[in-house]
Design a protein around this ligand. Structure first.
Ligand code: FAD
Length: 474
């Protein structure tokens, strides 16, 4: 059965798709947003015994467009900042806590860096020169080794990246994860730009981060969300056809893929090699264990949480002191710890009690009270792993967009995964889409005249004109 045509079809109603749908709706477009499961994607909160648990993202990074979005959907009043302006980040290594240095002076004092690395880093900072040469993408380890030495990579960088990208500094792409720094060093060798970067603030939403997805879903017009899985995507001279698992067909002038690497299969008819490569991007699994304790030890005071280097040989990657930072996350007299673990090996079921046993030793370093599990969440595919060369795939995705007018890839397979990055990706897409609309008016008129070969030609030439404005969202 075929449904009436729309201007914009968005696949995936995670935060990226929801924000894109809202912006398109506000720009006057007829929108359809397809979701195979529940709206909000990875943003999931739970309320248990007076605790507010974040099973997905815990904190957001403040950015102007994110703040304006929250204001426009009435959520500004729910913004909650951490009680400490600059919480410490701790690393637990060889039986002791160490603070991750957040200033040059602290970097000089920390035992997390070797003496030689400190001298080299200081010298590089003073000269404002990267000690080496960069011509193409290298691993994060290779990128930072000349700056912070082996110990710095193992004890600071690897633990920091383990909970986000599954670690493996030797495989992760420096060009993708640190694009601005990478580009600056590649172009000029300079470590710092002239401008002083402001440290962005972190925040969450009081009562649960899922307020964001629920509010976005509510402000979308009725009928916008189609609760089905899109199983195929094709294009003809009149626009795109999306087929769903319920056997329905939908027509749309533009299609926005925001479904992460699940979108790859939908690209097979447009660029089979790119679709296959995107499907091969490894996915990082994560387990989140929420634990209640009665109180925290002084060792945890003023800290964001503790990270564990690979030397710990534990499944535990880190512990966030959630209610210490955001007191409304726990009822009075109790503390909430959010523990991030590597999932048990494939095929091995792991009960909450088993995971607690794994984490108990590290919990005892920050609380002498008996811990109690509130909830266990297992994400088999939490995040894509952006390995060396990932930017080549992003560039190929941008080239595909330029070849196929009306097709937009804004998912986290080709952009950064943070929720603020996702919101920014939706805003950037809207700018591109608006630009394309002024050029696409004649395109759509031409396409609807059904003269397929000539309109296909005009589509390609218009794509050429459009391509400079098709930007990367990473
Ligand atoms: C445990 C964990 C902790 C995190 N912590 C943080 C944090 O503290 N701060 C932060 O900024 N970020 C964090 N993140 C990352 C962040 O949550 C995600 O990157 C972000 O929410 C992704 O949003 P998205 O809309 O791009 O993708 P998703 O949320 O994955 O949404 C994609 C949607 O597309 C749907 N879909 C897929 N294929 C189809 C199809 N064919 N048809 C229809 N629908 C489809 C899916 O069902 C899904 O709902 C964390 C992630 C996890 C898992």
């Amino acid at each position: 059965m075929s449904e009436s045509a729309c201007d914009v079809a968005i696949v995936g109603a995670g935060v990226t798709g929801l924000v894109a749908a809202l912006l398109a709706q506000r720009a006057g477009a007829r929108v359809r947003l397809f979701e195979q499961s529940t709206c909000g994607g990875l943003i999931q909160s739970a309320r248990v015994e007076g605790f507010t648990l974040e099973c997905g993202p815990n904190v957001f990074v403040e950015r102007p467009e994110f703040l304006s979005l929250l204001q426009s959907i009435g959520l500004t009043k729910d913004i909650e900042y951490p009680v400490f302006e600059r919480p410490r980040q701790l690393v637990y290594s060889q039986g002791a806590f160490h603070q991750v240095p957040d200033s040059p002076l602290k970097a000089l004092r920390t035992p997390l860096l070797e003496g030689a690395a400190k001298r080299k880093a200081l010298f590089a900072m003073l000269r404002n020169k990267y000690p080496g040469k960069l011509t193409s993408d290298v691993s994060v380890a290779e990128f930072f080794l000349p700056l912070i030495g082996r110990r710095g990579v193992d004890k600071i960088l690897e633990p920091a990246l383990r909970g986000i990208y599954g670690g493996e500094c030797e495989r992760l792409s420096s060009e993708f994860l640190f694009p601005l720094l990478f580009e600056r060093i590649k172009q000029s060798g300079k470590l710092r730009s002239g401008a002083r970067a402001k440290r962005p603030k972190a925040f969450r939403l009081r009562g649960g981060n899922d307020k964001l997805s629920r509010a976005l879903e509510q402000v979308l017009q009725a009928q916008t969300v189609v609760h089905s899985r899109v199983t195929s995507l094709s294009r003809d001279s009149e626009g795109f056809t999306l087929t769903t698992d319920t056997g329905q067909f939908f027509r749309s002038a533009s299609v926005v893929l925001s479904a992460g690497n699940n979108a790859a299969e939908l690209l097979a008819g447009f660029d089979a090699a790119l679709a296959a490569d995107l499907q091969k991007v490894p996915a990082v699994g994560l387990e989140v264990l929420h634990v209640a304790v009665d109180a925290l030890l002084p060792s945890a005071q003023g800290a964001f949480g503790m990270l564990l280097p690979a030397e710990s040989e534990s499944r535990v990657l880190g512990i966030m002191f959630s209610s210490h930072l955001f007191p409304s996350a726990a009822p009075p007299g109790q503390e909430l710890l959010t523990i991030c673990l590597r999932p048990a090996s494939a095929g091995t079921a792991c009960t909450p009690a088993e995971s607690l046993r794994e984490a108990r030793y590290f919990i005892s370093k920050v609380s002498s009270c008996e811990p109690r599990v509130l909830k266990q969440t297992i994400w088999p595919c939490a995040l894509p792993k952006y390995c060396v060369g990932h930017m080549d795939m992003v560039r190929r995705a941008r080239a595909l967009e330029a070849r196929v007018p009306g097709l937009f890839l804004i998912g986290r397979d080709v952009g950064k995964p943070g929720v603020s990055d996702r919101v920014s990706a939706a805003f950037q897409w809207m700018e591109t889409w608006k630009t394309s609309q002024s050029i696409n008016v004649p395109l759509q008129a031409a396409l609807s005249s059904r003269s397929s070969s000539s309109s296909a030609l005009s589509a390609e030439s218009i794509a050429e004109k459009l391509s400079p404005s098709l930007r990367g969202n990473g």
